[in-house]
Design a protein around this ligand. Structure first.
Ligand SMILES: Nc1ncnc2c1ncn2[C@@H]1O[C@H](COP(=O)(O)OP(=O)(O)OP(=O)(O)O)[C@@H](O)[C@H]1O
Ligand SMILES: O=P(O)(O)OC[C@H]1O[C@H](OP(=O)(O)OP(=O)(O)O)[C@H](O)[C@@H]1O
Length: 221
């Protein structure tokens, strides 16, 4: 009987694309692309591995509950997830893919430093509630956090917020919306995450993948 394949949870888009070279280094090809296929379970050309396609922010949940043995998620997503669901996830490798930075950004004309100095109460729109709360608490700045699920850059343009906490890479989205980065909170990249029980029970099967990913990401760094 064929062994049950390991399950790797990925989000489509940049994480899927940037994981393909790591999978290739482990000798695994993925014949179908999630952008064109509607399949949520993608076979690979290895009987030992299948891929499930989930929302980026759902990857830790699938891995934590053991529905996936391992997955790849941004540090932004992991930081938010771990606040509510600590434990159960082993994070062995920073893969250095999907690199960007978490920033505070505000409209071009908004004097952010003055507002902070004056002790104004700021309205901050973000998907990253925990990171934003921690950042402003550490600075002693009073904020009202408005939780959004995307397109944060819009919020200050239509009066929903004074500033945003969002990811920035090229800066193109900020420029297109006449926002400027006013503070960097932290650098972001994606980590491999592994279900702790799977590591104990299936370590023999998982370890070659972990080793290949670690070697490939170090070589690409
Ligand atoms: N512009 C960017 N450049 C590089 N990496 C990025 C960028 N934006 C996001 N990332 C990283 O890639 C990960 C996946 O981003 P992606 O845009 O695919 O999902 P999302 O739309 O943020 O998540 P969800 O679908 O759950 O709302 C993010 O968690 C982050 O770590
Ligand atoms: O500095 P830039 O290179 O312009 O990248 C920044 C943008 O990238 C991310 O959005 P993404 O492209 O993933 O869109 P989505 O998360 O709204 O789907 C992030 O939320 C920013 O909007």
């Amino acid at each position: 009987m064929a062994p049950t394949p390991l399950t790797l949870a990925l989000s489509k888009g940049r994480i899927f694309e940037e994981t393909l070279p790591l999978l290739a280094a482990a000798g695994v090809g993925v014949p179908e692309n999630p952008e064109s296929s509607r399949k949520l379970i993608l076979p690979t050309d290895s009987a030992e591995l299948r891929i499930i396609i989930v929302r980026a922010s759902d990857v830790p949940t699938y891995v934590q509950y053991g529905a996936a043995d391992f997955g790849i998620a941004g540090k932004d997503v992991l930081h938010e997830h771990m606040a509510q669901h600590p434990g159960g996830l082993y994070q062995p490798i920073d893969l250095n893919i999907a690199r960007c930075r978490l920033c505070v950004a505000a409209p071009e004309g908004f004097d952010y430093q003055a507002a902070v100095h004056q002790g104004s109460r700021l309205r901050i729109a973000t998907k990253y509630v925990r990171a934003a709360r921690e950042h402003f608490a550490a600075k002693g700045v009073h904020v009202d956090i408005i939780k959004l699920y995307g397109s944060m850059e819009l919020a200050p343009l239509v009066g929903l917020a004074d500033a945003i906490v969002d990811l920035v890479s090229s800066g193109g989205t900020l420029r297109a919306n006449r926002l400027v980065e006013v503070e960097e909170i932290r650098q972001i990249s994606s980590r491999l995450i592994v279900n702790q029980a799977a590591l104990k029970m299936k370590g023999e099967h998982l370890q070659p993948f972990l080793d290949a990913f670690a070697r490939a990401s170090a070589a690409m760094a």
